[in-house]
Design a protein around this ligand. Sequence first.
Ligand code: UT7
Length: 337
Amino acid sequence: MSSAELSVFIRAIGVHTPERTLTNAELSKMVDTSDEWIKTRSGIAERRIAAPDENPSDMGAKAAAKALERAGLTPTDVDLLIVATMTPDVPFPSTACLLQAKLGLRRDIPCFDVSAACSGFVYALQVAKDMMRSGSYRRVLVVGTEKLSSVVDWSDRTTCVLFGDGAGAVLLETTAEKGVGLLGNILGADGNNAELLHCAGGGSAAPATADSLRGGKHFLRMNGKEVFRHAVRVMAESCERVLAKCDVKSEQVAWFIPHQANIRILEAVASQLNVGMDRFPSNLDRYGNTSAASIPLALEEAWKDGKIKHGDLVLIVAFGAGLTWGATLLRWHETSR
Ligand code: UT7
């Protein structure tokens, strides 16, 4: 069998969330908002906030260590590391290189970041799968890790109530078994709508100056209503496209694991697909929107709760800044538990 025909599956998954919880009640003392407004409009009750010295590479390393431990593997078994993040520790080097050093991965392996905001995990999975099918990489870590609290304007009630910090990691492995693991995928982007959700400062176009800092250019800004509209349409379409590509009906999918942005987005997508919310697990109430970390966090929880079982079809779907989007259909393959 040629390596291009190998299946790629999630052998193990691990997560890490910061200890500190920020509740809606605490937020309502910081900005003009209320627990009721946040819960009704987004489904979020609380979110985790990383400590000042707890960076995406630290959280990602802990999540990855957990995945390795669950797989019964060590850091030296890893052949490639891809980190998805929109809140890198520093502009350079990559968060992947920092994580590599913290985790003690080998030095003869590639380590790099993927920048696709909330779709980053889905993008990184596909990059990993294609690289693995080249035959050069057998065991690969894909990590989604974010410290959104560092780019949120804590005086802007339209955004600060939505985001949180955390990390999730999967250990991918190749197998000769057919029809398991990552079955099919679609990815897309629309840079014409970049301004709907962006951070204007801090890059080479607008380096940090006293003026840019005073103007709050280093904070995330979002046109919530427009993003909401695009998110529902594109996530529903992405699910339909990946199902058609794999010749699978939505009734056959056991679990939909969407990017956790807003419970109303999830409800609208479920309704467009004609799927009950009982097949759309959500942890938004406890973590808010953790961008590239949100899918592995939700996936791990559904697996740990015993929802996802060997042989289940699982559809993960994401949408985010860029704009970017993507969906992956996978058949859960449990080698040990
Ligand atoms: O990962 C992908 C990125 N992000 C998303 O997916 C987010 C997508 N968008 C959303 O989730 C929703 O648009 C929001 C949750 C951000 C906002 O919900 P909405 O139902 O679209 O509210 P809105 O923006 O239309 O605001 C309604 C009202 C406004 O007041 P007026 O103009 O009606 O007087 C806002 O000023 O609610 C006000 N408002 C708030 N009130 C209390 C906005 N934020 C808050 C707040 N607390 N935190």
